[in-house]
Design a protein around this ligand. Structure first.
Ligand code: CAA
Length: 259
């Protein structure tokens, strides 16, 4: 597949794919065309048996400065309803392989919401996160009010959403929005290191574990626990469970196949 607004390297490293948002002049503003490409790339990598983890990144200045304001400015409510941009995001939400965001510079509005669609986040110390939609007379629309509140709690989410103020990488770390903060020259490398840890493990166990953790977002505890238990039992039907446990007993490294 060829893309105009993103760069995709399905074989960035063994089992690791890289997707880079690539509208640098516009600070990677997420217009509809770019988001459609992100959706298509992630879907295709999700189906690629060689890929076990995906890194999503921007550039040093911006991960993404939000939805494209210029593209939205003249639209009315019915235009927006018919464009139905968030169905693209619904597909991204369903990607089964782990996605690691490597964030430097601005992650604002839809940019921060895209970060929150990822499973783990490495931030450069220059990263800035925010939901500034309120400053242009609207509010977050790609899950910002919901995911941010679950991630950072009500009062912190309120402050970000109601003032539009940005927080820096260190504050994002304190609030639990990112896994760690590293010097700017290392953010991609650190994301790759994290991906390397994940791709050594059983891809099928990783997939079911990701699904179970995400279940905690939108189900009551009892339902989530039942879901977790079923996925746990299901893994005993895999060769990877036999291999993983045999390798432990035989004191050797396991070789996981994703079956
Ligand atoms: N949409 C369209 N274009 C954007 C953009 C956006 N979200 N963010 C930046 N750009 C463009 C600028 O218009 C500018 O283009 P020109 O050179 O053609 O004028 C270029 O990118 C560089 O930006 P700036 O000159 O503004 O750079 P700066 O360093 O002075 O400021 C910034 C950086 C603080 C991020 C500022 O660009 C900004 O505030 N951007 C908008 C952030 C925002 O409001 N995001 C939320 C969008 S709404 C949303 O995301 C809804 C949703 O929930 C899905």
């Amino acid at each position: 597949m060829s893309y105009q607004f993103i760069l995709v390297e399905p074989r960035y490293e063994q089992h690791i794919a890289l997707v880079q948002l690539n509208r640098p002049k516009e600070l990677n503003a997420l217009h509809l065309e770019l988001m459609a490409e992100v959706r298509d790339a992630l879907k295709s990598l999700d189906q690629d048996p060689e890929v076990r983890a995906i890194i999503l990144t921007g550039n040093e200045r911006a991960f993404a400065a939000g939805a494209d304001i210029k593209q939205m400015a003249g639209k009315n409510a019915i235009d927006m309803l018919l464009i139905d941009q968030f169905s693209t995001w619904d597909t991204i939400k369903k990607i089964k392989k782990p996605i690691i965001a490597a964030v430097s510079g601005f992650a604002l509005g839809g940019g921060n919401e895209l970060v929150m669609h990822c499973d783990m986040v490495i931030a450069s110390e220059t990263a800035m996160f925010g939901q500034p939609e309120i400053k242009i007379g609207v509010m977050p629309g790609a899950g910002g009010t919901q995911r941010l509140t679950r991630n950072v709690g009500k009062v912190n989410a309120m402050e970000m959403v109601l003032t539009g103020k940005f927080i820096n990488a260190q504050r994002a770390y304190e609030l639990g929005l990112v896994n760690r903060v590293v010097p700017v020259e290392l953010y991609l490398e650190e994301a790759v290191k994290l991906a390397r840890e994940v791709v050594q493990l059983s891809p099928i166990a990783i997939k079911l574990a990701k699904e179970a953790v995400l279940k905690a977002y939108d189900s009551p505890l009892s339902e989530g626990l039942e879901f977790e238990r079923k996925n746990f039992y299901m893994l005993f039907a895999t060769e990877d469970q036999k291999e993983g446990m045999a390798a432990f007993v035989e004191k050797r490294a396991a070789e996981f196949k994703g079956r």
